[in-house]
Write a protein that binds this ligand. Sequence first.
Ligand code: SF4
Length: 292
Amino acid sequence: MANLAERLPENIPGDFFVDASCIDCDACRQIAPGTFRDHGEQSSVYRQPETEEETRLALMSLVACPTASIGTTRKHDMRVGIDAFPSHLADNVYFCGYTSESSFGAWSYLIVRPESEGGNVLVDSPRFAGPLVKRIARMGGVRTMFLTHQDDIADHVSFAKKFGCRRVMHTADGAGRRGIEHVIEGEGEVCLDDELRVIPVPGHTRGHMVLLYKNKFLFTGDHLAWSPVKETLTAFRSVAWYSWPEQTRSMEKLLSYDFEWVLPGHGRIHQESATKMRLHLERCIEWMKATR
Ligand code: SF4
């Protein structure tokens, strides 16, 4: 729980606040942009929630925060935030909330499918929090856990143990030593089933992969995200741990695919027609090539 004594001075007075433990992951600003802002290297409350919906979003942020840095001075029904996750995005795709500090608040997602169609897929690992685990169990559990790369695996062992799911990860990001059930090798596309295509995209890490679901949803980990500032797709130059030129080359591979949603671990989600998304991808690649 957030510590009132550590309340950041940048918060406006009132009920909700952020304390000094904030790691600036951006989750609260994405979930409740009407309440939280970036004041530099941390977040703070710039406007207190007034409506029921604003309060719900602020409570969702409190639950999703990886470091429990968001608090309230008044008592709230926490179930409002807790029961909101997994939170529906589109079709049968959900945002898990409950981000983990060990993955710096990376977002994870749940694809809900009947067992006859391959079962549920968890993309990257949220925190192994009791209420979330119970909700996922009620939604059919996890058949496959897709791990985009080594930074965002958080509590994958606990999820694998609980749901007996197969985990999918690339050998170059240490899948072998982690006891991963389905180890991907090389740079070629791998089809997990008729709807799920794994595309290795080395760059951010050597074994980074993205997952394309139904040629519509692209789960991108730390490879690709939307930039609201540039108003186009972007990649993160400062954290291209393995190789920026490789990441640029990997980005070009994605031009062969259609997708309408970009669902990243870090950075912003974006939805647009496949045609417009391709144009954004081309702009991103052009910028990457010009960036050293
Ligand atoms: S979700 Fe928590 S850690 Fe992340 S920016 Fe908000 S207050 Fe900070």
